[in-house]
Design a protein around this ligand. Structure first.
Ligand SMILES: *[C@@H]1O[C@H](CO)[C@@H](O)[C@H](O)[C@H]1NC(C)=O
Ligand SMILES: CC(=O)N[C@H]1CO[C@H](CO)[C@@H](O)[C@@H]1O
Length: 358
């Protein structure tokens, strides 16, 4: 380092090479930014190439979600998990390749512990099938995930939000990355906020995207008491990510007793509701529970350990439901743009479970 600094012969200031190189890098990065800006997501991206695309998605979703409303939570969760690993690029849909070609080789995101309870893959495949029949090779699986999530939430009476399109599909899906990057139910508030920040998501996004849990119907608890705030899907992810779970305040005692009793009544299969009594409605029940220290997971309880987040939640809980719809929709729109691939990046997968080249 010393050789690149200091004064040259005759007292002339020598600009260190590293600084010049940094300058060049900065210009290149700025240039790439300008090029990138031309290929951003936009509303109605398929208006010319597949005008029926959004109608096809919307009709299928409305018809089927009305029949099986619980699938809405699963579809929302798929999009959410997808965006946290390599951006919203449908890498969550790729099958493992068993270490062969394509998909970077090896175990895929969907094989990671947090994914073991994911559902809705068939649903996405059927929507994609309809789109391939109408306009082969045009609509990306990543856009299907984003549109389906929005339409599914709207179909059960929840909020809607703007979904600009033009996402391209990734070609790599890694179990290790999923373990490291999907928020774990065992995380503390600072840990969650830090992870969200790496995705360009703020504390408010952390608070309001947690609202998706209002639709989570149940969580399987281990045999231990639910007061342990088990992290049913990702305790191994937390361990893999080297996360030491912090200790949020304990579950409210009476609620914990009630949970234990319900658990016994359900023949010990250990399934309890996350948002008791209202898991099919997109409401504020989850946040009310969290404020009363009835958040079931560490990550739920963590939300009220941050004073600003707690105040934010209290404010929205006391407001008309439209306010919750608005803040949730805004954060969903932000989430849907995380690290998206556009323009000539990635590909438009023909089958969402495999990369085209395989
Ligand atoms: C992807 O894996 C699932 C099972 O996990 C299987 O049902 C499906 O057929 C696979 N898709 C492809 C295209 O190989
Ligand atoms: C939905 C899905 O693909 N789940 C997978 C999660 O990972 C386990 C094992 O690692 C697979 O068996 C599941 O199929």
């Amino acid at each position: 380092m010393a050789s690149t600094r200091g004064r040259g012969a005759g007292g002339v200031a020598v600009v260190p090479m590293a600084v010049i190189r940094l300058g060049v890098v900065a210009i290149v990065v700025l240039g790439a930014g300008v090029i990138g800006a031309r290929a951003q997501l936009r509303m109605g991206f398929y208006d010319e190439s597949c005008p029926a695309a959004e109608r096809i998605v919307g009709e299928y979703v409305r018809q089927h979600v009305r029949r099986v409303p619980t699938v809405a939570a699963a579809l929302l969760r798929l999009h959410y998990h997808d965006c946290f690993v390599r951006g919203c690029d449908a890498s969550i849909l790729l099958n493992s390749t068993g270490g062969g070609a394509g998909n970077g080789g090896g175990a895929a995101e969907k094989d990671a512990a947090p994914n073991q309870t994911l559902r809705g893959f068939d649903f996405i495949d059927r929507v994609k099938g309809l789109l391939e029949a109408a306009c082969p090779g045009v609509v990306s699986c990543a856009d299907v995930l984003a549109l389906v999530a929005r339409d599914a939430v709207a179909a059960i009476g929840g909020p809607s939000w703007r979904v600009p399109t033009g996402r391209r599909d990734g070609t790599v899906s890694s179990m290790q990355e999923a373990l490291a990057e999907i928020p774990s139910p065992a995380m503390s508030f600072p840990e969650l906020a830090g992870l969200f920040a790496t995705k360009g998501l703020g504390v408010r996004d952390l608070v309001w995207l947690s609202g998706r849990i209002t639709l989570s119907n149940q969580v399987r608890t281990p045999s231990a008491s639910p007061t342990a705030r088990p992290s049913p899907t990702a305790s191994t992810a937390a361990a893999a990510a080297g996360v030491a779970p912090a200790n949020p305040p304990p579950l409210e005692a009476a609620y914990a007793a009630n949970l234990r009793e319900r658990k016994c009544r359900t023949a010990g299969d250990g399934v309890v509701e996350m948002d008791p009594g209202s898991h099919l409605t997109f409401d504020l029940g989850y946040y009310r529970a969290v404020l009363k220290h009835r958040g079931l997971l560490r990550s739920d309880a963590a939300l009220v350990t941050d004073a600003a987040a707690r105040a934010d939640i209290a404010g929205v809980v006391d407001s008309p439901p439209e306010v919750f719809f608005q803040v949730f929709g805004r954060s969903m729109a932000t989430l849907g743009a995380v690290q998206v691939k556009t323009g000539s990046e990635g590909e438009i997968r023909r089958n969402c479970a495999v990369v085209n080249s395989s």
